[in-house]
Design a protein around this ligand. Structure first.
Ligand SMILES: Nc1ncnc2c1ncn2[C@@H]1O[C@H](COP(=O)(O)OP(=O)(O)OP(=O)(O)O)[C@@H](O)[C@H]1O
Ligand SMILES: [Mg+2]
Length: 268
């Protein structure tokens, strides 16, 4: 059972993200194809599947980083606008990711600027939103470092001097400081040892609940998916083979591949 009670997504409002039949293929069954789903405000949607099943490809397409071969990604911002993510200019798409969305990379080095201080990593996202007051930027940097359990005294240190787990927490602070409406996470606890992973998961859970985040979460780890997601898409060889509520899928998988996936986790 999923004992963690997430805030229920707001199903009354129109979907935040509408994904219509998208495909991005590099070769036969390599990438993602025929993907269809809607993400609601306040919802955490997990995308699970084995290595190479196409999870990161799908996430890159959703986040506006890689155009699909076919299909459309439609974003509905607050003011009843409808944005076809791949019909707007690349500059506007990049601005969306910078100003309204957030992307947490599996490898924190891809999401941080390693050459500038921890504080600058957090502050520059706020500067992109137009904030210029040095004292406020610094205070926000320290506040967010505390929120992700980093020592705020280290605000002037470069991320290079931080451990992998600390860098990942800094990347989370940098991403969430702007209070993005939509967050994409690719294996946010991947590559970390188990105890660090557990603490980080706990932190992400708390932040998701406190901030009421809408999240697309990619993970190959079913325990992570169970803890964080309301709903799951199960990917296998570029396609979604099963979709539904997290507990339903993990407790009573219908598709043969999902059954295999679930049983391989349960069997030592
Ligand atoms: N830029 C690319 N060029 C060619 N092939 C690619 C490219 N990106 C991904 N692929 C291939 O597409 C398939 C899906 O890759 P993807 O990275 O989306 O999988 P994944 O589910 O995220 O895997 P993992 O769990 O290992 O991160 C793989 O066979 C991969 O080799
Ligand atoms: Mg991946």
């Amino acid at each position: 059972m999923n004992h963690y009670t997430l805030t229920r997504p707001d199903l009354e409002r129109p979907a935040l993200l509408d994904v219509q039949d998208i495909s991005r293929l590099y070769g036969p069954d390599k990438g993602c194809q025929a993907i269809d789903f809607r993400l609601h405000t306040g919802e955490v949607l997990g995308i699970v599947g084995e290595s190479g099943s196409g999870k990161s490809t799908l996430l890159r397409v959703l986040a506006g980083l890689e155009a699909p071969n076919t299909g459309a990604v439609t974003y509905h911002p607050a003011n009843n606008q409808t944005l076809d993510v791949y019909a707007i200019s690349e500059a506007r798409r990049r601005a969306l990711l910078r100003l309204e969305w957030g992307l947490i990379h599996q490898n924190p080095r891809d999401g941080l600027r390693m050459g500038v201080s921890a504080g600058a990593n957090i502050g520059e996202r706020l500067m992109a939103l137009g904030q210029r007051h040095y004292g406020q930027l610094r205070a926000a940097g320290q506040d967010w470092m505390s929120q992700v359990e980093l020592d705020p005294e280290r605000i002037d240190d470069a991320p290079l001097t931080f451990s992998g787990g600390m860098q990942q927490r800094l990347q989370i602070a940098r991403t969430l400081v702007t209070q993005p409406r939509l967050v994409f996470m690719d294996e946010p606890t991947g590559g970390l040892d188990v105890s660090v992973q557990a603490r980080l998961l706990d932190m992400i859970r708390t932040l998701v609940r406190q901030l009421g985040l809408s999240v697309v979460l990619v993970t190959h780890d079913l325990a992570v998916a169970r803890l964080l997601s309301h709903r799951l898409l199960v990917m296998h060889r570029s396609r979604v083979v099963e979709a539904g509520l997290t507990d339903q899928i993990l407790d009573d998988p219908q598709h043969a591949y999902t059954q295999l996936l679930v049983s391989s986790v349960l069997t030592p």
